[in-house]
Design a protein around this ligand. Sequence first.
Ligand code: 26Y
Length: 819
Amino acid sequence: KSPNTSLRTGTKAAEIRQAFLDHLTCSLGRLPAYASAHDHYLALALTVRDHVVHLGVSSFGGKESKPQRRVAYLSAEFLPGPHLANHLLNLGLSETARKALASLDIDLDAVLEQEEEPGLGNGGLGRLASCYLDSLATVGVQSIGYGIRYEFGIFDQQIRDGWQVEITDKWLHGGNPWEIHRPGAARDVGFGGHTESWTDDFGRHRVRWLPAITVRGEAYDTPISGYNSDHIALMRLWKSEATESFDFEAFNHGNYDRAVEQKVDSENLSKVLYPNDSFRHGKELRLKQQFFFSSCSLQDMLRILEMQGAGPENFHEHWAVQLNDTHPAVAVAELMRLLIDVHLLAWDQAWEITRATFSYTNHTLLPEALEKWPIDLFGELLPRHLEIILEINARFLDEVRAAFPGEDWRIARLSIIDENGPRYVRMAHLACVGSHTVNGVAELHSELVKQTVLADFAEIWPEKFTNVTNGVTPRRFVALANPGLSTLLSKAAGKTWPGKLSKLSKLEALADDAEFRAKWRQVKLANKSRLAELITERTGILTDPTSLFDVQVKRIHEYKRQHLNLLHILSLYLKIKRDPTADIPARTFIFGGKAAPGYFLAKQIIRISTAAGELINDDPDIAGRLKVVFFPDFNVRNAQYVYPAADLSEQISMAGMEASGTGNMKMSLNGALTIGTLDGANVEIREAVGEENFFLFGLTADEVSEVEVCGHHPRQHYESDTELRETIDFIASGALGGGSGLFQPLIANLLEHDPYLVLADFRAYGEAQQRVSELWTNPEDWARASILNTARMGKFSSDRSIREYCQRIWKVKPGKPSE
Ligand code: 26Y
């Protein structure tokens, strides 16, 4: 069946060594004696890629096999992290590769260090997409993750003088050995222009779009391996290029600038990822990016359909298309256009196919993250799509009118077009109307979706709404990131846990075994020492691995309330200053995360955390009892060092704001205890691990809404709570350096508005932290709770999430039966 490529895919150390040397000389043109560490990386990557690609050609099946329904995961963001170590783990080749390289005096870890990670996403949503591809490959579903091959991904973060500085992410600089360019899959995408009517041979009225500009999408494939699986998933990313390099007329008239203008414009499309997480700017280029990758991807699916000998009328039988938030929602209109204008299907049939194809995942309720486009901008860029959207809307609203006569308020609220003032296209409404299923990402969030942003839709189509709680891949975030723990888990629960995470429940019995607890604590301590070294290397700060590692790593955002954590830290500092005998166990507070470059308050939050470190870390009165670290450039690679070292996981968003969170899962799986609000997946994590193993505090989502309705008075908390007042006054006094005005905007915001109820939750948070300190002073009890966290987190494997999507939403059967 598959070609014999054993020369390149042998799995013995000697064979890997030979393939590596062949790639070094034949693919890279390097004599081994002159090869750099980066050459070693490229050669090993190419060697491993051969194995993965070889699986790939067999897993997408030949023409003879009856085609199954495939999954297309449309996502503007992916955050795969470094590939090499992950493939080695998945293929079971880590130790063999280590041996093969060692025989050449090359250290595998030094080689792995060389890889530049693709930062093609902002945070949770992009990382989730990559966890899902990992699981799709693992459980054996034919699937493609479609997205954009940004030339510059999320910026690298440096900290200078305590402030965030953004550095361009040139991830493709050293070459990218993982991708395969597929010139044959290139597709053209139009923009602008106008539409015109025509009559076909049967006298039917037709429309065609005559775009003003055409851009070419070039396909780049990155294979994603699965754990212990003979399937791979594909990440197919589109790069924009000009269709013609030169406008020859302009060129011949000596106007070189104009001649290359179109080339530059076209290539700019996939140039850079927008670095704002959850904040819409309404930039035209972003809409262009969204349409560009949605159109390329749908055209690609149609091309594959044709190769399989099927027609566009069978589209929905061959493809289940998931919209990762509304970023690709314009795909609903584009599929309609392709079916009606290009493939000449009738509207009703095309609409049935479209709705049977798409499903939509909502990831946020934040009003400033809900996408809407000014209708004029939309119409200029995508005139045909606007016509189609207006037609979809007109037909939809007619149905609503028929079902609810006289309820005009309902029409206005459901309409895809927002007409309260300047008109906008509401992308969430388009995604919802064009999909058969809409899901949120945690139980609480899915309920809130039905009660808030999409409440009117949930009323007319209750059966359309469902929940799929997020999950994370235990391969990258436990097996790879935490080898010490993995060995322990394999001994205690058997070796199959990375593919069958519920097996971890076997650990439960060991929570009461003192010997096992001692080993457990040893592993955690080793992970903390490893992180402590890295912290010193990156920041110069010395930390004590025996102190409690209290970790908050995630994008910096007011709703995530890093400043609540900081207020608590500073209150502890003042307490020790007042009373040096205060009973406060040693803690290391670790922050990490990027702020959107234009988000002023988020940057202030970073500055306040570095300032707290400057104040506290070297204060002789504190004598090392508290340390505050801002770990720069939190990304997937760094995350793999941070999560395994966490004792305490900070999940302290204002209830109702964090759709799910996934860092919460990663840390609890690695044995951290959570301090958190009843928000997102925290609710389900707490249910799973047991309330006695979770530090709960704060207002509930219902209480938050109540406060928001009745109005709140942050100043009352300031005035009535001495500790809070002294902490705020301390910051306002300028004691953190930079003069008293430095943090004024943040302080003023808290005292006058406090939109995320930081002050309202301050007291409850401090009390929960007190309980943390108490448990920490009893290491055996802490270890028991830590073991139970890991043991009970089986539900949060992304394999479970993917199986739910397969069964309830996509109607596809995974190749690998469930555990
Ligand atoms: C509109 C545009 C500016 C935009 C860009 C990125 C809007 C949103 C985003 C990213 C959102 C995001 O990452 N959401 C997170 O998704 C995770 C996966 O479901 C959740 O765990 C997390 O709670 C949610 O904030």
